[in-house]
Ligand binder design. Sequence first.
Ligand SMILES: Cc1cc2nc3c(=O)[nH]c(=O)nc-3n(C[C@H](O)[C@H](O)[C@H](O)COP(=O)(O)OP(=O)(O)OC[C@H]3O[C@@H](n4cnc5c(N)ncnc54)[C@H](O)[C@@H]3O)c2cc1C
Length: 413
Amino acid sequence: MPDSQRELPLVVAGGGAAGFMAAITAAEAGAPQVELWEATADPLAKVRISGGGRCNLTNACWDPAELVGNYPRGSRPLRGPFSRFATGDAVAWFAERGVELVEEGDGRMFPVSNSSATVVEALSRAAAAAGVLLRPQWALQAVTPRPGGGFLLQRRGGSSPLACRRLVLATGGHPSGRRLAEALGHSVVPPVPSLFTLRLQAPWLQELAGVSQAPVALELQVGEERFRQTGIVLITHWGISGPALLRLTAFAARALHGAGYRAELRLDWTGGLAPEALQEQLRQARRQLARRQLGNGRPLEQLKRRLWVALLAQAELNPSQPWAELTRQGEQRLLEVLQRSHYPVTGRGPFGEEFVTAGGVALGEVNLASMESRLWPGLYFAGELLDVDGVTGGFNFQHCWTSGWLAGTAAAA
Ligand SMILES: Cc1cc2nc3c(=O)[nH]c(=O)nc-3n(C[C@H](O)[C@H](O)[C@H](O)COP(=O)(O)OP(=O)(O)OC[C@H]3O[C@@H](n4cnc5c(N)ncnc54)[C@H](O)[C@@H]3O)c2cc1C
């Protein structure tokens, strides 16, 4: 039978994390002849480079109710999907396929081998063992629904379209998948970048590049909106980075994009201490460190010395002045600098280790129990193509495993 007349039972478009998970799950569940189309010659390319080559595969956040708090887009709707397949399921799934994970202090989980190659190999092995037919350099170019159900798929460079019964779109943040979804009548939330650092107009800070400080309370004012996070920040030669800042920009991604990346950042170097408690700390320091020079006696243990000395300069205080001689006005300036320094954000800085797109296929048009389109039966979505994105720490892959598993399970049924 010529290819154009044959109906393929299931095609998964996109050979990334979500597409592999969907294809393997469907094939293992008994779907016959699962084809996995990948536009490039290099499937799982992002898994390979992820986590600095170590692949931060998920996060040790076991409770679905807590897990959803890590998704600036998708949070509440993900409760259902995560109640079916969450972190524990992903950990078990990979362990069954030979990838043991180890948890780091901050909850991020990596393969014990510390190499993303282990994950790439395990997914490739599992796909082959389940009988998935991987087709590298097969790019899906157009999808036409057929009157009696199913779809006609046109691939780039292919002569005639191929018929398929069910289709999973898992094309990631690439524009081609969003175009395909839009052509099928799906609404697509316009993509904007997430998980980036910020450029600040604060030359004195840039001189401290490399200093990491915790906890720091951040408050970002974008127009009328305010975003807050507390945690570790890293001072860079362009401004500021670190986990707390990346989390902040993820939640503020859409607002920042709308404001042309102009905003104001307030840094509280005390991590959000009550002003009265900080004042008390300063008074105690004045009593207990009376003879010590300001530069040699920090009122808060956690303040890095280089930062403390720079903060003194910002408060126009001489670091060789003894604590006992700190005047009321000096104390007031110190309080301001420690807790209420505002800096103009002048733009977006480089991305952190992870980069994802916020936006994608609108969740309201997808049945999140099965990832099936509410417009076209037999069409499923998985991964970054959806309007879901997580903060840094393994949450983006977790969403790929969850949505891929749900789509694969439903498409095989
Ligand atoms: C540098 C970097 C590091 C990262 N590190 C981490 C990390 O450690 N932990 C984490 O959780 N997240 C990480 N992320 C985010 C994570 O990689 C993504 O969330 C995830 O890869 C999305 O998976 P996906 O399968 O949806 O899309 P993708 O991985 O983008 O896969 C989509 C695939 O579809 C193919 N494709 C596109 N269009 C078509 C088409 N028309 N036809 C056929 N194929 C097509 C693409 O070539 C691609 O291979 C990182 C991202 C980057 C950029």
